[in-house]
Design a binder for this molecule. Structure first.
Ligand SMILES: Cc1cc2nc3c(=O)[nH]c(=O)nc-3n(C[C@H](O)[C@H](O)[C@H](O)COP(=O)(O)OP(=O)(O)OC[C@H]3O[C@@H](n4cnc5c(N)ncnc54)[C@H](O)[C@@H]3O)c2cc1C
Length: 428
């Protein structure tokens, strides 16, 4: 497969709110910018489907600014799979491989759901909460489907709204946190984040016919070839709900793989940065979900600063104040929706934790590190490359993050061959 070679001043990986804000801020400098994303249209998770199709007008404004700028190039449907050396990124596209040489890099590659295993979580009909949302946004028909949404975090309500609007019968939103934590969170929102409080209350009212219960844990999903029942536990009380789908999620975890590969410092699961969003690695900046789950305002505020900093522009006091406010919300989310000891123990010995390689909790428990477990059981060696089970093991056992090697995502052998050919050319 042919390798196309491109060059740019600033490479932005991820065209979600953080990446679009970064490009929009950096383009005034006149530097060449290239923004790459593995989705066919920009927008990331929250503006999935394209910036012109979502009600949030900021998406369209960023898109128009970037589209009309002569110094912004796009690579759509382009997945970053490797780095040839620190200033050359390799992307796999449907019909080619593209290498991009850059001077500065802004990482805006977002986060993914944390999925914790429990009995029955591999049954057809059980999905991630954000996964269900993405399916619906991509056109999946859920009309008339009876859905239970469970786990923890504000995403559960957002998913309930999406499913409800798409014609599903949302039976229940089961939040694992206690009522006291949720009311403290609401109180803090009213004090410090009025618009979020209003948003949360209006969302809650728009879904008022759907029960939203606190302190509920998933016990198991039941069915033969398809989910038919969800068993839940609230204190000592067991509840059984007949359902067609169960959508669950336990928060968002940053996609730190690319940053770690480039030697950027990661602490407590997030990419660390200074006041200019610069990571511990020179000329590499980070913004949005990869520095911690904090919602769209944080992604935009950080992306804007990263774009200014990477293009040597001045960051104003106002920009910093907006980021501080958005980061305060991130800390509130982290405190309120932290994974509890009970959530870590949803799985039984027989539960398959690595669903690609069929490795059970009992098999994993015999080891004391991810590396040891992987060597003996093949956990993490399947299609997801430990992105789901590795994160689950980190949460359940406190193990280190899975080790990394290139390519960071599974890719075609022809892509590997193109990368190798380019490295050889470089070495000559
Ligand atoms: C599943 C899910 C659902 C969510 N739903 C909601 C919601 O309903 N409401 C809400 O307020 N917030 C939601 N959020 C949170 C929301 O995503 C963030 O607040 C916001 O979108 C963060 O913006 P970002 O730019 O940091 O990341 P994202 O919006 O996630 O954008 C990151 C982009 O990077 C791309 N990318 C990642 N890896 C690569 C790679 N290797 N190569 C190329 N491109 C790559 C991704 O495809 C994505 O387009 C959701 C988050 C997730 C994970």
């Amino acid at each position: 497969m042919k390798l196309q070679e491109l060059q740019t001043g600033i490479l932005i990986i991820g065209a979600g709110p953080a990446g679009l804000a970064a490009a929009s801020a950096a383009l005034n400098s006149g530097k060449q910018i290239l923004i790459a994303d593995d989705n066919p249209v920009p927008g990331g998770q929250i503006w999935r489907g394209g910036p012109k199709k979502v009600p949030d007008t900021r998406a369209g404004i960023f898109w128009d600014r970037c589209q009309n700028a002569l110094n912004v190039q796009w690579l759509h449907s382009a997945r970053l799979v490797a780095f040839n050396h620190t200033h050359e990124a390799i992307f796999e596209l449907a019909d080619k491989v593209v290498s991009v040489r850059y001077e500065r890099l802004i990482l805006c590659n977002g986060g993914r759901e944390l999925l914790l295993p429990f009995d029955g979580w591999t049954l057809p009909g059980v999905t991630g909460a954000g996964g269900l949302q993405a399916l619906i946004k991509a056109g999946a028909d859920v009309r008339g489907k009876r859905i239970v949404i469970a786990g923890t975090g504000p995403l559960l309500l957002a998913v309930a709204e999406t499913a409800h609007k798409a014609g599903a019968e949302v039976l229940l939103v089961a939040e694992a946190q206690p009522f006291s934590a949720l009311s403290r969170f609401m109180w803090q929102l009213c004090l410090h984040h009025r618009s979020k409080a209003t948003q949360a209350i209006s969302l809650y009212w728009s879904l008022k016919k759907i029960p939203y219960l606190s302190n509920v844990l998933i016990e198991k999903a039941v069915g033969d070839a398809q989910l038919t029942e969800v068993h839940l536990r609230r204190g000592g009380e067991l509840m059984t709900v007949q359902a067609d789908m169960l959508a669950c999620g336990f928060g968002i975890i940053p996609n730190t793989e690319i940053a770690r590969l480039l030697g950027c410092n990661v602490a407590a699961g997030v990419v660390t940065h200074d006041e200019r969003q610069c990571t511990s690695a020179p000329h590499i900046y980070a913004a949005g979900e990869i520095t911690g789950f904090g919602g769209v305002e944080k992604a935009i505020a950080e992306g804007h600063i990263a774009g200014l900093a990477a293009s040597d522009q001045v960051v104003s006091q106002d920009d910093e104040t907006k980021r501080e406010h958005a980061q305060h919300f991130m800390h509130l989310l982290r405190e309120t929706f932290a994974v509890s000891e009970e959530m870590r123990q949803l799985a039984s010995d027989a539960t398959l934790v690595c669903r690609c390689e069929d490795v059970s909790l009992a098999e994993l428990r015999q080891h004391d590190s991810w590396r040891a477990a992987k060597l003996v059981t093949r956990a993490g060696m399947g299609a997801c490359q430990g992105r789901i089970c590795g994160a689950a093991c980190q949460t359940m056992f406190g193990w280190d993050a899975p080790e990394l090697r290139q390519p960071v995502f599974p890719c075609r052998t022809s892509t590997l061959a193109a990368i190798a050919a380019s490295s050889l050319k470089e070495a000559k």
